[in-house]
Write a protein that binds this ligand. Structure first.
Ligand code: PBG
Length: 324
């Protein structure tokens, strides 16, 4: 059917007409909000490159979490900033570690809120890599046991979902086995299956103090030009027992989100990372873009690409806008 019979503009003629034929929706239900938790009390240290984001001590975290729950956001993602670091990242799997304490405190006060924990060593190692280092190499298999211990200790503290972000091979299987052996067969794994070695993590590394002290993460995180490799990573993680798949970053990888959605039926999360957030905030501060409209457009684009879930630092703003 062609013009003049077909007139696509007929279905764009009014706000209600557009509502009726709208194909994708961004909802508060889709959002997960990340937090950076640190020791001490009454700490609320701004992350310079991420306006509105802070390093929070547990008491301040609880105040912010109350606001997140009030907005109707279903879950939060916790990153820990430990007081001290060592070669083996022992703070990551310490029963009294910062994330373990934070999970207990949050679940105690907000039992219904989903608490997801990032499982990785890079915030806890003195060299800043996501695994054990020997002679400048990041060792895969010896790292698996430490990741599994980290995940189990998060589950023991009350985490609802564990999210491994290290990109070691076989970590989903190692974590699944360890969780099952410790009585946590019902705790889901949300795997950063498709995580690229991205420049967009810059502001996060300021927030978490987790920049590698030598080299980079290119021997374990994915090479940005690759797409087919993303499908192999996702397939492998699903086979190892991943319940939810993450693609990260989001904005420069919409095609990857769409391809993973097209090939697999697992719930899919897009991680709208720190640098993506900072870019928008910076342009908005300069008055160069409309923050609300551009943010909603980008996040809705992630839904259209096929994401079910969006992990984003914009979550409180977006929830406020959507609830209006
Ligand atoms: C830890 C981790 C990183 C992010 C999430 N988990 C940093 C990295 O891999 O360097 C990045 C999140 C963001 O940029 O918002 N491995």
């Amino acid at each position: 059917m062609y013009f003049p019979v077909a007139r696509p503009r007929r279905l764009r003629s009014s706000a209600n007409m557009r509502r009726l034929v709208r194909e994708n929706h961004l909802r508060v239900d889709d959002l997960i909000y990340p937090f950076f938790v640190t020791g001490g009390s009454n700490v609320q240290k701004p992350v310079e490159s991420m306006p509105g984001v802070y390093n929070l001590s547990i008491d301040r975290l609880l105040t912010k979490v109350a606001a997140i729950q009030a907005l109707g956001i279903p879950g939060i993602l916790l990153f820990g900033i430990p007081d001290s670091k060592d070669a083996f990242g022992s703070g990551a799997y310490d029963a009294g570690g910062i994330v373990q304490q934070a999970v207990r405190a949050v679940k105690d006060k907000f039992p219904d809120l989903l608490v997801i924990t990032d499982v990785c060593l890079c915030e806890y190692t003195d060299h800043g890599h996501c695994g054990i280092v020997h002679e400048s190499q990041v060792l895969n298999d010896p790292t698996l046991e430490l990741l599994a211990r980290t995940a189990v200790s998060h589950a023991q503290s009350g985490a609802d979902i564990v999210a491994p972000s290290d990109m070691m091979d076989g970590r989903v299987q190692a974590i699944r086995k360890a969780l099952d052996a410790e009585g946590f067969a019902n705790i889901p794994i949300m795997s950063y299956s498709v995580k690229y070695a991205s420049a967009f993590y810059g502001p996060f590394r300021e927030a978490a103090g987790s920049a590698p002290q030598f080299g980079d993460r290119k021997t374990y995180q994915m090479d940005p030009p690759n797409l087919r490799e993303a499908l192999r990573e996702a397939e492998q993680d699903i086979a190892e027992g991943a319940d939810i798949i993450i693609v990260k970053p989001a904005m420069a990888y919409m095609d990857v989100i769409a391809a993973v959605r097209g090939n697999f039926d697992s719930p899919l999360a897009a991680y709208n990372v720190s640098g993506e957030y900072s870019m928008l905030k910076a342009a908005a501060r300069l008055g160069w873009i409309d923050e609300r409209r551009t943010t909603l457009e980008l996040l809705t684009g992630m839904k259209r690409a096929g994401a079910d879930i969006i992990i984003t630092y914009h979550a409180p703003d977006v929830a406020r806008w959507l609830n209006e």
